[in-house]
Design a protein around this ligand. Structure first.
Ligand code: ZN
Ligand code: ZN
Length: 105
């Protein structure tokens, strides 16, 4: 009987340890988000759909769609990094080219 209790305790301990290890790994993953996968303005990770899609401005800088919408002017976006205008005549921020590079890396 005594031996059995010991074994189950050991198993319980192992379970707790692996759970803790897993939690640690997941935390590490979050910290490992690469800096170029984050929008510099809102610090959100880029996504493949919606407001988090990375968009290329004419100057070559990248912003997420949500931030483009925030800073868009009448028919242009002024880059918050280098102040170069991206003209939006005949298109909207949603038409800006997606930066697939930022997603695939
Ligand atoms: Zn953003
Ligand atoms: Zn720029």
């Amino acid at each position: 009987m005594e031996q059995q209790t010991e074994i189950s305790l050991e198993k319980e301990f192992e379970k707790t340890m692996t759970m803790k290890q897993r939690e640690g790994k997941e935390e590490q993953k979050k910290k490992e988000t690469l800096p170029w996968k984050l929008c510099t303005i809102c610090s959100e990770e880029y996504g493949e759909e919606g407001d988090r899609t990375p968009r290329n401005l004419d100057c070559g800088h990248t912003l997420c769609l949500g931030c483009c919408k925030m800073i868009v002017q009448l028919n242009k976006i002024q880059c918050p990094f280098c102040r170069v205008d991206t003209q939006l005549i005949g298109r909207t921020v949603s038409n800006l080219p997606k930066n697939y590079l930022a997603l695939s890396m």
